[in-house]
Design a protein around this ligand. Structure first.
Ligand SMILES: NC(=O)C1=CN([C@@H]2O[C@H](COP(=O)(O)OP(=O)(O)OC[C@H]3O[C@@H](n4cnc5c(N)ncnc54)[C@H](OP(=O)(O)O)[C@@H]3O)[C@@H](O)[C@H]2O)C=CC1
Ligand SMILES: Nc1nc(=O)c2c([nH]1)NC[C@@H]1CN(c3ccc(C(=O)N[C@@H](CCC(=O)O)C(=O)O)cc3)C=[N+]21
Length: 299
């Protein structure tokens, strides 16, 4: 193995320490405690993985955590009413509605009902538009976490060739936008891309957000590339085991022979997503209360 393994878990712990210090300062100097509300509809297993550690970490950094669990047969109107209630609650500075939502709900409508100032996921159309036009916004947590890791590893990203695999609104597109804002030359690839490997061969930076276990192989990469693996895929359990292993969208074994640096799964981007969610909640609370925003917690 030649690649350095990027320790997202340690980096995320460091961000949470900064967040905790900031929360303590806000309580002391302004008498405000940032609060994060998470809404989970139904029992989606991927969402549960995420929600579990989140509540604990929110409290660990000294913030208030509000959890709302709704049955998956709840009506869209009931969910919209809950969002409106949270919009109006002065103790709530961040709102996250776990995706995916049950099929009978219009996710776009639900997301766009969240007050954009409380939209700590950065999914509201106002925040997406602000990110695209270079205005102050809430930046989606997963891409923000990836950017922090890339900057830490590579310093100035200007002029580098970046390939983002995946074009979702929650990862691929905002990731590409952030890299463009850093003045990378950005290529977004997807399921209809004709020759993915040809694009990857040129890439100094690869961000894989596909949802296909171990798809990207080492010999597709440019030697020395910095590889950020966003994928969270659970493999079939081995005989006699209850749970399958968690793997990314990159074949770690072969990729780490070629890449210069690579994030592992687990322990890479996942913990950064949660840390950035807490960071965004602090940012939202500072903006709401006219307090100075801490350095190093936004894009
Ligand atoms: N670590 C973390 O914090 C997070 C991890 N994730 C994980 O990241 C992954 C991606 O999530 P998300 O963006 O929501 O996924 P989506 O399913 O919304 O998007 C997947 C994208 O991958 C593209 N794609 C599918 N097959 C191929 C292929 N063979 N070659 C190239 N591109 C392909 C799709 O293309 P097309 O548009 O053409 O269909 C699509 O744009 C998942 O594994 C998810 O679990 C997600 C959020 C947070
Ligand atoms: N509104 C909304 N915002 C999201 O950001 C969002 C969402 N909905 N729906 C689901 C996806 C998925 N997601 C993860 C975040 C962290 C880990 C994470 O911490 N993973 C650990 C592993 C955890 C384990 O061991 O099971 C790691 O990679 O090390 C995983 C997945 C956020 N998402």
């Amino acid at each position: 193995m030649s690649a350095d393994v990027i320790d997202g878990k340690a980096f995320a712990a460091n961000i949470r320490e900064k967040v905790a210090a900031e929360v303590a300062r806000m309580k002391e100097t302004a008498g405000v405690t940032p609060g994060l509300a998470v809404v989970l509809v139904g029992e989606d297993p991927a969402s549960q993985v995420y929600v579990r550690s989140k509540g604990r970490m929110t409290r660990e950094v000294g913030m208030e955590s509000f959890e709302h669990r709704l049955n998956d047969d709840v009506s869209e109107q009931e969910l919209l009413d809950l969002v409106e209630t949270l919009n109006a609650d002065p103790k709530v500075h961040g709102i996250l509605v776990q995706l995916p939502l049950p099929g009978h709900m219009d996710s776009e409508k639900v997301i766009n009902t969240i007050d954009p100032r409380k939209d700590v996921d950065g999914f509201h159309i106002q925040n997406a538009g602000r990110l695209m036009t270079g205005q102050k916004s809430m930046v989606p947590c997963t891409p923000l976490g990836c950017l922090m890791l890339l900057r830490d590893r590579l310093g100035d990203l200007a002029g580098l060739e970046a390939v983002v695999i995946g074009r979702s609104n929650i990862v691929g597109k905002p990731m590409a936008q952030l890299l463009l804002n850093e003045r990378c030359t950005v290529t977004i690839t997807h399921s209809k891309t004709k020759d993915l490997q040809a694009h990857l061969k040129r890439a100094d930076i690869v961000v894989a957000a596909v949802g296909r276990a171990e798809m990207v192989k080492g010999d597709w990469l440019k030697p020395g590339a910095c590889v950020i693996d966003v994928g969270i895929n659970r493999l079939e359990p081995e005989p006699g085991k209850e749970k399958g292993r968690l793997v990314g969208d990159v074949d770690f074994a072969s990729a780490s022979e070629v890449a210069g640096a690579i994030t592992p799964v687990p322990g890479g981007v996942g913990p950064m997503t949660i840390a950035c969610l807490l960071a965004n909640t602090v940012t939202a609370c500072c903006r709401e209360n006219g307090l100075a925003e801490p350095e190093g917690l936004t894009a």
